[in-house]
Design a protein around this ligand. Sequence first.
Ligand code: HEC
Length: 155
Amino acid sequence: MRRTIFVASAMLLFGILYPQSNFTQEKTGSAEPKMTPEDVAKKNPVPATPEGLAEARKIYGYDCAMCHGKEGDGKGDLAQDMKLELHDWRDPSTIEKMTDGELFWVVSYGRGKMVGGEVDRSPEKLRWNLVNLIRSFGKKGAAASDKPKTNNPQP
Ligand code: HEC
């Protein structure tokens, strides 16, 4: 009887301790981190450069375009399949209320149906460059070096 109690409490203790140590270890991983006001206030320390945007575009093509669309229109194949209503980033007003810090956070950790993020895959600088790339979709012509824009309203 004594032994049973001992084993039971040992198991209980293990159960209490183990997920906790897991939790602190994986703060940046699967444990649903929370966006703090400090995250929101973060300024993008990485200036947009052609090299940085090109590097981000590569990763974007692998990890993001299937949902957010090659040019950021939110109409990637997977988004269509999942019936996601994504912002059309070509219209900067869709995300102008979000700070760079917020975008960076979502790029890093994901949000809602955007499961996970780049935090374990891409270094910080590259993630900021992804923010630069996302903003660039909304700047007429800036992101379109490989595709001449035809939908610019001409005065
Ligand atoms: C499975 C589809 C999917 C993939 C892949 C995906 N996203 Fe998202 N993304 C979403 C969804 C859905 C939202 C809206 C989440 C919400 O607010 O609930 C979102 C939101 C965002 C936002 C916040 C701005 C906004 O328009 O709401 C950013 C920034 C973003 N994604 C960047 C990326 C980047 C960069 C990648 C690639 C590393 C990526 N996403 C990959 C589905 C996806």
